[in-house]
Design a protein around this ligand. Structure first.
Ligand code: GSH
Length: 138
């Protein structure tokens, strides 16, 4: 069984299936981006609700995975080299998942960068606006 004891976040949000991707998120525009990708890719995952309206994203356990205190964040117990990896920032997680599976992003370098530019555009220009939804929940 995968050992997630190196990740303090797993003490507050325990894994029932530690061999699966662990998603720490909430039903917000930035949060669901990763859920949608996981569903599209058919990857087995376990979702943990981080109630941003109750400031759970500011707890030491959550901040241990994302020091910026924003959902979504994720642990892949089967990361590079078969070792667990923790990630935050929805764009980085999306690129990680597409690289891991070789799907939803073109292999051709020019088309790959064309796709990445739109991911960055979303992060820089759209996400910061929609992401503020979290503040209105409080
Ligand atoms: N650039 C980040 C933005 C994440 C973000 O803004 N998350 C919001 C919810 S959509 C959040 O955690 N808000 C809680 C807060 O700021 O306290 C990403 O794309 O992952």
């Amino acid at each position: 069984m995968t050992d997630l004891s190196a990740f303090p976040i797993a003490t507050r949000w325990p894994a029932s299936h530690p061999d699966r991707l662990q998603l720490y998120s909430y039903a917000t525009p930035n949060g669901v981006k990763v859920s949608i990708a996981l569903e599209e890719l058919g990857l087995p995952y376990e979702a943990h609700a981080v109630h941003i309206g109750k400031d759970e994203n500011s707890t030491p356990e959550f901040l241990s995975l994302n020091p910026n205190g924003k959902i979504p964040a994720m642990i892949d117990p089967d990361g590079p080299g078969g070792r667990p990896i923790g990630l935050f920032e929805s764009g980085a997680i999306l690129l990680y998942l597409t690289d891991k599976t070789g799907r939803l992003i073109p292999a051709d370098p020019a088309r790959r960068y064309e796709t990445i530019q739109w991911v960055f555009f979303q992060m820089a220009s759209i996400g910061p606006i929609f992401g503020q939804v979290g503040f209105f929940h409080k």
